[in-house]
Design a protein around this ligand. Structure first.
Ligand code: AMP
Ligand code: ZN
Length: 108
């Protein structure tokens, strides 16, 4: 948990989000500014800033995140979808808590 991290606040319930999935390790919720009809974020409950900060101790978590993307995408009505992980400011990352974008279904 990082004090001023918006996704940690969503994980702890301080800030509301349109949650579509939750387990012990991961939460998934709709993006507040969707880039397509379906656009959700898969977020580990553990605060890790970027993909670059991950190591072998995060292997299981990263696998879980990726395996969950197709499951939730299908549940959300998508047959095909895109996944995206922005890493670092130069990689377009704005929220420094690791997350996997999943989107599809045409323009929002
Ligand atoms: P990134 O540029 O990869 O860091 O993406 C951050 C994403 O988080 C953006 O698509 C934002 O629209 C989204 N976002 C920021 N704040 C919230 C929030 N409170 N609830 C849902 N999505 C959010
Ligand atoms: Zn965080």
């Amino acid at each position: 948990m990082s004090e001023d991290c918006i996704f940690c606040k969503i994980v702890s319930g301080v800030i509301p989000a349109k949650k579509i999935y939750e387990d012990d390790d991961i939460i998934a919720f709709n993006d507040i500014k969707p880039m397509s009809k379906v656009h959700f974020l898969l977020v580990p409950k553990l605060h890790v800033e970027t993909l670059k900060d991950c190591d072998l101790t995060h292997q299981m978590l990263l696998g879980k995140l990726l395996l969950l993307a197709p499951k939730l995408a299908v549940e959300q009505g998508l047959q095909g979808f895109k996944t995206l992980i922005n890493t670092g400011r130069e990689g377009g990352q704005e929220v420094f808590h690791l997350h996997v974008h999943t989107f599809g279904g045409g323009a929002a």
